[in-house]
Design a protein around this ligand. Sequence first.
Ligand code: AMP
Ligand code: MG
Length: 398
Amino acid sequence: MKTADEALQILVSSMRPITETERIPVVDGLGRVLAEPVISPIDVPAYDNSQMDGYVGVAVEMNNALAPLPVSQRIAAGHPGAPLAAGTVARIFTGAAIPQGANAVVMQEQTRSEGENSIRLLQPVMPGQNIRPKAGDLHRGQVILERGRRLSAADIGLCASVGLAQVSVIRRLRVAVFSSGDELRQPGESLSFGQIYDSNRRMILALVQGVGCTPVDMGCLPDQLSITRDRLQQAASQCDALLTCGGVSVGEEDHIKAAITTLGTLDLWKVAIKPGKPFAFGRVGEAVLMGMPGNPVAAWVTFCLLIRPALLTLAGSRVNPPVGLRRPAAFEWLQPDSRQEYLRGWLDPQGGVRIHERQNSSVLSSVTESAGLVEIPASTPVRAGESVRFIPYTELLH
Ligand code: AMP
Ligand code: MG
């Protein structure tokens, strides 16, 4: 059996990242992978500007003034003023350009009006105070986002802040998603005795979309070798990756394994995690194939731990391993499995880790009712209060 880390290592290092790029509007970039670094064409800010509503002047003159300081001009954001007249201050507003000759802004709350159009400082001001200096955030020519980064909302804002309307990204990965099993019926259909609804395929399509790939719904495979083989082959000609679920264990009705072996190459692994032991990895034509187990929670866990990092790598993205948090267990787990376990759980308000009471891999509500995975190392009993690793889904699926 491979450990989860070994399996991940093999998967990720076997991916040959796609390289086709396209230019897209920055505004459409959420979740897209940068094909080249983003370089700022300007300084940000592009000019010294005021951080406050107040008065701008020369610090030493303002601090040493014996008489009230005359206000010689008014400078609003977007309306640069004239050079500052000696011995005066200018009214200034947040974001407005500092006039030539001035070096400090005093907050209006720290001034008092004196007569018609003069002010007095209530406390001294330091040179540079309340001024956002030119290039204080970014400078021209600086790499502001690295190649391989998946754009976040803040990244989109950053690109816009340097005036970029378009970015160059890797094209979206096309990912075919299959379910398999004669017992499966589709939502909207009625169920007969012995049948269940096909939950995994919808879930996996959504997971694929969530990592920024284009999911392609390939339907449900019957438990029949020849049809399975034909449909996998057809999908491989249209997609970069094929995902299947079910049909990869050792039963006679598990046809995915046989289909891939005749079409391409297959490595079938037992990964030492629970849930999620049977896992298929191979190639059909140019496409990568990854086969998840059929139990819904096992499919969820293997997607989070193995498939997502593999897809991101294939999509040209850099992948940061989840960090998680170490927190005291607010539960006991005294009969651990010999495989590393991933229980569904959450943090309680006191910061302890709790687990869902139903941990069977068929219980999908244990996923919807939890906030992350609790990692139990192989053969390691956990007593209440002992520290365990909790990995929030937000870290596993963003
Ligand atoms: P298998 O690996 O095909 O033997 O499936 C293992 C278990 O997962 C069986 O109980 C299947 O009925 C169930 N299962 C397989 N595929 C799905 C699916 N798409 N949605 C819900 N349950 C599934
Ligand atoms: Mg099956």
